[in-house]
Design a protein around this ligand. Structure first.
Ligand code: AMP
Length: 279
């Protein structure tokens, strides 16, 4: 596996692949890699001649300095996982390589950033679009893989890459969970053992909402059911629970045919998000 740390070297690798006619599958990450990341990498490897994984904790998408500082950084373990998964390139740039110019752009996301994470994490999605577009410019991928775990992020990246004219096929990949339901996340390493169990209520409430819709309940009844489940433990602090149309991300009504339930909640001072197609 090649480890690339500079923008120039990354662009050189990208143009070599273009000249050879090799497809490039790209998985952007912030490191602290787990089975969720590995599942994206396996899908990328299956469909592309070369696979590039970036590990970069992007400062511009953190709206709280303490969250950025506390974000886990595990270079040696990440490198070992990527070698094991037979990745061709680990792209591990510094912030100066990613952002040589301090004049960063502001993007209009056409309403997709107005609910859920948007108002709760001001500037977050702008930072995500800044880093993803810069990484696309450097890696020039044929296909790029993102987890449905970050549902709103996936919708925004799909929309923005098309709007900004990137010839990159953005692929959404299913959420990988622990056996008890908890969605894998780099942030889970900051949970205590009891916090880990409490956090599982997030997934349980999503599963209950799906069951509720399957049994013919309406949106209000389903929300009540989920809130009851989440209120079972005082150590979980719900930030939002929203039912949205999965394409527009606009609030769902009883007439919406497909519904995505999205949750953000705090456990042990750690902010966790999860979502599920419930209808
Ligand atoms: P992150 O390192 O958290 O920025 O995540 C990098 C990519 O992995 C993003 O596209 C995430 O949506 C995806 N990802 C994170 N956790 C999971 C998971 N549990 N299952 C599937 N994909 C995930």
């Amino acid at each position: 596996m090649k480890i690339i740390t500079t923008a120039a070297e990354m662009m050189k690798f990208a143009s070599e692949q273009q000249n050879d006619g090799s497809t490039v599958g790209f998985v952007p990450t912030m490191g602290a890699l787990h089975r969720g990341h590995a599942s994206l990498i396996r899908i990328a490897r299956e469909h592309n001649a070369k696979t590039v994984v970036s590990v970069f904790v992007n400062p511009t998408q953190f709206n709280e300095t303490s969250d950025l500082q506390n974000y886990p950084r595990t270079f040696d373990d990440d490198k070992a996982l990527l070698e094991q998964e037979d990745v061709d390139v680990m792209f591990f740039p510094s912030a100066d390589e990613v952002y040589p110019d301090s004049n960063l752009k502001h993007y209009k996301m056409d309403g997709l950033d107005e609910g859920m994470e948007g108002p709760n994490r001001p500037g977050h999605f702008n930072g995500v679009v800044q880093v993803v577009t810069r990484l696309f410019d450097l890696v020039k991928p044929t296909n790029a893989y993102f987890g449905e775990k970050d549902f709103q992020q996936l919708a925004i990246i799909k929309h923005m890459s098309q709007k900004l004219g990137y010839a990159v096929n953005v692929v959404g990949c299913p959420t990988i969970r622990e056996a008890d339901g908890l969605a894998l996340s780099s942030r889970n390493t900051r949970l205590t053992t009891s916090g880990n169990q409490v956090a599982n209520l997030i997934a349980q409430s999503l599963f209950q909402m799906k069951e509720g819709f399957d049994n013919g309940l309406n949106t209000d009844q389903v929300i009540e059911l989920a809130e009851e489940e989440l209120n079972r433990n005082a150590n979980i602090d719900l930030e939002y629970l929203e039912l949205v149309n999965p394409n527009t991300l606009l609030p769902a009504t009883n007439h919406t045919s497909s519904i995505q339930a999205c949750i953000a909640a705090w456990v042990d001072g750690v902010r966790l998000i999860d979502n599920l197609r419930v209808k």
